[in-house]
Design a protein around this ligand. Structure first.
Ligand SMILES: C[S@@+](CC[C@H](N)C(=O)[O-])C[C@H]1O[C@@H](n2cnc3c(N)ncnc32)[C@H](O)[C@@H]1O
Length: 278
């Protein structure tokens, strides 16, 4: 090897050495949250670091003597679906409760939206957890009307499976939730939890409109997959009868305790013009 070739070889070795040493030092000082040497945004959808809401939820439930009403096995049904989808989900929840921080935390980096009927209860929950994405909703129904609405809705074309769309502005069908925030109509929901509004006294709104609206949203899903609808309190007559009328037995995939889980297939590409829900 000539002197000039040797010099060239030594220089090359020196450059490779400097680059190698630099990369080694960078790998030592760089942590997932310390990305000052590159532009990768670590707070992406595959990030497994706990969110601030999850940390708040752990602290809340660890120091609270009150727990959500759903049982461990009921909650597990929804959690299993959230895990199976393997991505942040769009999760619509009817009702704010002791479980709200939990639902939002089980869907990290996803969109979890709560719809609450009771304005004073809304204020109380949101004051303690302002991070929750929640809106108040006005229902046009009363539990005492459940039977009459069930036997008359077929006479109203705006309540038919096809005629109920668009839900936004559908004033004619009393079962359609027609005045929700735009975000509700503009989002395709992967999961819908119906655990509200109140349905245990005659003047309460009852869950009729929430069940009907969830069924219509599921049927009109445009993306791939099904819409998972969870209904709580199916030991009650109205929840059971409305579920059988609009969410359909054939779509019932699981039931634990007082919770039913439905998978609503999209009818958007169906060639059959459906006149009934089930
Ligand atoms: C059956 S509760 C839903 C309870 C919820 N799954 C939970 O675990 O807390 C339905 C409705 O009851 C009302 N509600 C729930 N918890 C309440 C509370 N602690 N005090 C007053 N109202 C409550 C809210 O209007 C809520 O939308």
């Amino acid at each position: 090897m000539q002197v000039s070739e040797k010099r060239w070889f030594v220089s090359l070795l020196a450059i490779v050495g400097i680059i190698g040493a630099s990369l080694f030092i960078v790998s030592l000082i760089q942590t997932p949250n310390n990305s000052f040497l590159c532009s990768v945004n670590y707070s992406n959808k595959n990030d497994n670091t706990p969110t601030s809401l999850q940390l708040k939820a752990i602290l809340h439930y660890a120091t609270s003597s009150t727990t959500p009403q759903q049982s461990f096995s009921e909650i597990t049904i929804t959690l299993d679906v959230l895990k199976s989808l393997k991505r942040p989900c769009n999760f619509l929840v009817f009702g704010l409760g002791l479980d709200s921080l939990m639902w939002a935390s089980l869907n990290p980096r996803g969109r979890t939206l709560f719809l609450e009927e009771d304005a004073s209860w809304f204020q109380k929950v949101v004051k303690d957890a302002p991070e929750l994405n929640a809106h108040t909703v006005k229902y046009r129904t009363h539990l005492r009307e459940a039977d009459a609405l069930l036997s008359s809705y077929r006479n109203e074309p705006s309540c038919s499976p096809v005629g109920a769309m668009p839900l936004r502005g559908n004033e004619r069908c009393k079962l359609a939730l027609h005045n929700l925030p735009d975000e509700v109509y503009d989002t395709e929901w992967d999961l819908i939890m119906v655990d509200a509004p109140k349905g245990y006294f005659a003047e309460a709104p009852g869950r009729m409109a929430a069940i009907f609206t969830a069924a219509v949203m599921g049927r009109n899903r445009k993306g791939s997959g099904v819409t998972h609808v969870f209904l709580h309190d199916v030991d009650r007559k109205v929840e059971k009868v409305y579920a059988e009328e609009f969410l359909c037995r054939k779509n019932l995939v699981k039931g634990v305790g007082r919770l039913w889980h439905f998978e609503i297939p999209s009818k958007v590409n169906s060639t059959i013009y459906d006149t009934v829900f089930c």
